[in-house]
Design a protein around this ligand. Sequence first.
Ligand SMILES: [Zn+2]
Length: 351
Amino acid sequence: MSKRAEEQRAKVFGVFSRNLEFVKRNLHQFEAEIRIEPDVPNSYVCPLCFGLFEKKALFQTDPNPLTVEHVPPQKLGGTPLVLTCKNCNSTAGHLLDAPLLSIMEVEDFKNFLPNSMARVTFSKDGREMNGTISIDDSAKWVIELSSKISNPKHAEYFLNKMKRPRYEVMSYEDLMNYKPGSDSVKLNFRMTVEKEHLLRRAEVALLRIAYLLAFGTFGHGFLIHPGLYAIREQFKKPEEEILRKVFWLRYDFPDNYLGINIIRAPKQMLGFLVVFKLKTKSQSRNFGIVLPGPSEPGLKVYDFLNDRLCQGDGTNFCRIEVQSIPRINFLTEEKHALILHDFWERYALLE
Ligand SMILES: [Zn+2]
């Protein structure tokens, strides 16, 4: 295990465990009695499973150690932000982040962007062979047939006809009319179809990124929030409809919205709007995900979103009023421990 990774974990742990102490000391601000139990000094709460971790969980030999989590995921341009326990981190990697990455890559390919790639099935004379089509950075199309992931009999037929497993063509039109070898062979292909449950998982991955960004920004004070229980359940069971289907505002937010914002109007949409950048090899895009606020309408915000705002092309976004929260470090000072709740009252609740 590298020294640098070890230092990074220790640093994040230090900042957040102090932040947890600040939060505990200021809980009296709430009318309702809130306690964080067990009250162990110098500890860290995994924002996903609420497990309490002491410093010894930084050693990777621990049965469930704390790991650095990149938010957004590293393959989508994220940087190290928070710690999550290994159980939570690795489950999300294959269950949520992998479908998100592959769906974004398929989108890039469908738009014929340079540096994109798709797994496809080629077909010819009733036989099929799997492979990839990629578009390189000079916009050249590269076809690769892969015997390893194909029916061997079909692959043999293809390779006999095609002569080589790898071809380069200059455009989509060239590809469609490709004539390998001396025979004229029309080559058809279809892309691997994205299954409904993978789309759902990709959306839950976006929600998880937004949640972890908010935790990374505000610290443990963000977790004092009854509506977030359902959100965390959704991460654990991504295919169940714990939340309504849509929590993604399909609108290309400009960079000045990056970070955490509060949606002030319409009132049915009071909540947080987390805007973040995801980068694939081909492009970068800003996503806007809604998280419920700590008081009304809470989770009902998703019903409104589902029924009214997310229909069509997302241009309905123009009708919402958003206030951005200044981008400063809220974690390192005690006076900021519960600042999220101040912002909420100031921007969302007061006229
Ligand atoms: Zn955890």
